[in-house]
Ligand binder design. Structure first.
Ligand SMILES: [Zn+2]
Length: 420
């Protein structure tokens, strides 16, 4: 069995202070973790001298859209043929792994089977990329998020328009048949939709209930774009698994989220707010739009500061692949969590490793450096558990290992010897 021994590394894994040690990988699993002066036998292993680098679990994005093509105009997204779009998604998947992301929980696939086909090709070992939970496109009601049609003009951009309980059942069943892991619903409106603002709840509770019931019958899970207070409450009542955004949740709703914290995962998807407000991602944004966005961003910060205090599992990631926030820059979210939501650096790392692995229902084998766990590891120059920003520079990622195999090999000098 192929074995790799990481020596002279500082191991970081959640629930422990970082410690000097050694880690042996055999096959696709972590076989042994040694602390301090303990040594693991070199016999038969390729040895990597980390020279004090940090060895930690690979990162997981909790709200990924691997097919997002980075174009400014949504109509141009709709115009990309499925074949070209598949290749775009393939390249983006590789970019994520290049950036140290070994997992991605999709929050929307743009076109019907883009996530599914990329996930399957990665699992078959034919293309590089993270472990993926594949989602549907946003399922949205007429006039909701991503219904970019006009009466004279039919187009599909990021969403699939579905209205009514029976149609939701049928579409959910179809996607379960097609192999998705997550059915994504656009329950709330969105700040960019002229007639369905973020604080509007445009899906009905009966539609949500139909999706959850149908989907769970297939053993799959559900996710919601839920900004409005009422949307979040409806999703909690109906048992939706992933609640995204939620910035208008009031105190009572925050209590309800806290009460469900063993079951649900949340994600703020904060990056677009940051890019649009502070990085000029929408050149020429008018003043009213900007002021509205500032208020909404303050809501996001207040909500996630509160959820952190309440011990709710919140995931990093969200909307990378939009203009201004390209794929592969996802680790920036960690710094946003620290700066805006009050997370300690190690706490932010936990959201991207241990808790995201739990969200993938792989918490017993992914997201920690522990014996028996999958060898999805990154070796990082610097101390991300003290300064998460070091993860933003992919040159600091000295090695990336997924499923026991190097995606990025350590540079020559780090190899002391090779296995025979
Ligand atoms: Zn999203």
């Amino acid at each position: 069995m192929a074995a790799t021994l990481f020596t002279n590394v500082t191991v970081w894994t959640h629930e422990k202070a970082a410690f000097p040690g050694e880690v042996l990988v055999e096959g696709n699993r972590i076989a042994k973790v040694a602390t301090g002066a303990q040594q693991i036998s070199r016999s038969g292993a390729a040895v990597v001298d980390g020279a004090g680098a940090t060895l930690m679990p690979g990162l997981i994005d909790g709200h990924a859209h691997i097919p997002f093509p980075g174009l400014r105009n949504f109509y141009d997204w709709g115009a990309i043929p499925a074949e070209e779009h598949t290749l775009i998604a393939m390249h983006n998947a590789r970019t994520l792994l290049d950036a140290g992301f070994v997992g991605a929980i999709s929050a929307g696939s743009v076109k019907a089977r883009l996530d599914v086909v990329i996930r399957n090709e990665i699992e078959a070992g034919r293309i590089p990329g993270p472990r993926i939970l594949a989602a549907t496109p946003e399922l949205t009601v007429t006039g909701g998020l991503g219904d970019d049609r006009r009466l004279h003009f039919d187009v599909q951009t990021i969403s699939m328009v579905v209205d009514g309980v029976e149609n939701y059942r049928q579409v959910a069943r179809t996607f379960c048949r097609e192999g998705v892991d997550i059915i994504k619903m656009a329950v709330s409106g969105h700040q960019t939709m002229p007639h369905a603002p973020a604080q509007a709840t445009v899906m009905t509770e009966a539609e949500i209930a139909a999706v959850v019931e149908t989907t769970s019958a297939f053993g799959k899970r559900t996710a919601a774009h839920a900004r409005a207070n009422e949307s979040v409450q409806m999703c909690l009542r109906q048992g939706v698994d992933f609640l995204y955004h939620c910035e208008y949740a009031d105190e009572r709703t925050l209590d309800a989220i806290e009460a469900a914290r063993e079951r649900v995962f949340l994600g703020p998807a904060v990056a677009p707010f940051h890019a649009q407000l502070f990085e000029n991602a929408i050149p020429g944004m008018d003043r009213t739009a900007r002021e509205r966005l500032e208020v909404q961003f303050e809501q996001v910060c207040a909500t996630y500061q509160s959820l952190r205090r309440r011990g709710v599992r919140v995931l990093i990631g969200g909307e990378y692949g939009l203009p201004g926030i390209p794929h592969g820059t996802n680790a920036r979210d960690l710094a946003h969590f620290v700066r805006y939501f009050g997370y300690e650096p190690a706490e932010a790392l936990a959201t991207a490793t241990r808790y995201a692995a739990e969200a993938m229902q792989m918490g017993d084998r992914l997201g920690q450096v522990k014996e028996g766990y999958l060898a999805d590891l990154i070796m990082v120059h610097g101390r991300p558990y003290e300064d998460v920003a070091v993860l933003q520079n992919i040159d600091n990622l000295q090695a990336i290992m997924k499923d026991g195999a190097f995606h990025k090999r350590p540079a020559g000098a780090a190899w002391l010897s090779a296995a025979a």
